[in-house]
Design a protein around this ligand. Structure first.
Ligand SMILES: [Fe+2]
Length: 396
């Protein structure tokens, strides 16, 4: 991320800075001790101030250990709206590097939230609204990735119905190293530019007093605090750490004469995982190219794909809201007959979000409930019935 600044900040760091005569409280918020990216915020109140310590609730994960190791197809389409924008995130799969959840919030977020142990990405499949944060208001819309650094105090203000795919990681969310120069600027061959990343718009420091609840995710649980002031009290900040959005429709697909490998779709990196965007695009231009992917073995990784829109006719049962999980140790690829049918096709309108992890993903009871139970045999059945319907999904 690049340097940004909102509101008023003093000419020099660590000097007296006042608001109507009152000395403001400076907060340095940085990664990796004092070696990583940081921002400096100026608060009306000390951010350490709490009125009361409330209860701590550990996070409980309902693990499902399937009887058989297999490819999985989950259908999230009928999932009920439930909970608020934080606790309504319903975990599907996780490992020590990333948690992947689906969220269809129906309740207002009455409290402020801060993730004290991880960065978050919220992919907005449906919906729009605003994220109120200590860095200002961040508007979001359909197809945005909303990236929220740890330590950001925020409250979602959704406008209408929402459907999100959410990620939590104890690591950092970044754009891929290979798309940045040694100064951090995005390079010409990147599938996005700095203009595609949007930070908070207006910064409106809240001065009101009263009772405000803060929920902090920490130590694998939720700690509640009672504050006697509005926590979004920042009058100015600057630095490299702040929440931002990137809209998947701004991703510029990289295409070629023959099949391009999955890394061309990479959008973000985290520790031992990547998040990729599969967007509508021209397929391979060589007349003899096979535009659907070759079979590939995830020797060292697990692959989760969430289908956002478009046609996924190359797979029976794969629809908008479906998730395929291709776990480690097993090859995966097109169903029999499809490679032949795909030759000459030159366009795909698929839109999908993929998360590849190095470490195995554990599944939850929700994944069990959404599992179709038949996907693992689909290559066999397709072979028996002469092949699947035509259609090109580029990465199955
Ligand atoms: Fe794959």
């Amino acid at each position: 991320m690049r340097y940004e600044r909102r509101g008023e900040v003093p000419q020099k760091r660590h000097v007296a800075f006042r608001d109507n005569g009152t000395l403001l409280t400076e907060e340095v918020m940085g990664y990796e001790g004092f070696s990583g990216n940081e921002s400096i915020l100026y608060h009306l109140q000390t951010p350490c101030r709490v009125q009361e310590l409330l209860e701590f609730t550990p996070i409980e994960r309902d693990e499902w250990v399937p009887d058989a190791h297999a490819w999985r197809l989950l259908n999230t389409k009928g999932i009920e709206a439930e909970g608020d924008p934080v606790h309504g995130r319903r975990l599907l799969m996780w490992n020590s590097d990333v948690e992947i959840a689906i969220c269809r919030p129906e309740e207002e977020q009455e409290f402020f939230y801060r993730n004290g142990e991880g960065d978050e990405v919220v992919f907005v499949h449906q919906g729009s609204g605003e994220l109120e944060t200590t860095f200002g208001t961040l508007p979001y819309r359909e197809h945005d990735y909303v990236v929220i650094p740890r330590g950001t105090t925020y409250r979602f203000r959704p406008d209408g119905e929402q459907l999100w795919l959410t990620f939590h990681t104890p690591g950092e969310i970044e754009t891929p190293n290979r798309y940045r120069n040694r100064y951090g600027q995005l390079l010409e061959h990147a599938p996005f530019s700095h203009r595609d990343f949007r930070g908070p718009t207006e910064l409106d420091p809240h001065r009101e007093r009263g009772e405000f609840e803060l929920v902090l995710r920490v130590r694998d649980g939720y700690q509640r605090y009672l504050l006697d002031y509005h926590p979004l009290d920042v009058v100015g900040w600057d630095g490299y750490v702040y929440p931002y959005t990137f809209n998947i429709d701004d991703f510029e697909p990289i295409t070629g004469r023959i099949h391009m490998p999955p890394p061309v779709h990479q959008t973000f990196q985290g520790p031992n995982f990547v998040i990729c965007s599969f967007c509508p695009r021209h397929l391979d231009t060589d007349p003899n190219a096979i535009p659907i992917p070759y079979n590939h073995s995830n020797l060292q990784s697990e692959e989760m794909i969430y289908y956002v829109s478009g046609e996924f006719g190359s797979r029976k049962g794969v629809d908008v809201g479906s998730i395929t999980l291709h776990p480690s140790g097993l090859p995966h690829g097109p169903q029999p007959g499809l490679a032949e049918k795909s030759i000459g096709q030159n366009w795909t309108n698929e839109l999908a979000v993929m998360c590849d992890t190095f470490a195995p993903l554990r599944l939850t009871g929700l994944a069990r409930d959404l599992d179709d139970g038949k996907y693992a045999l689909s290559w066999h059945e397709a072979s028996a019935d002469g092949g699947s319907p035509a259609g090109v999904t580029s990465h199955l």
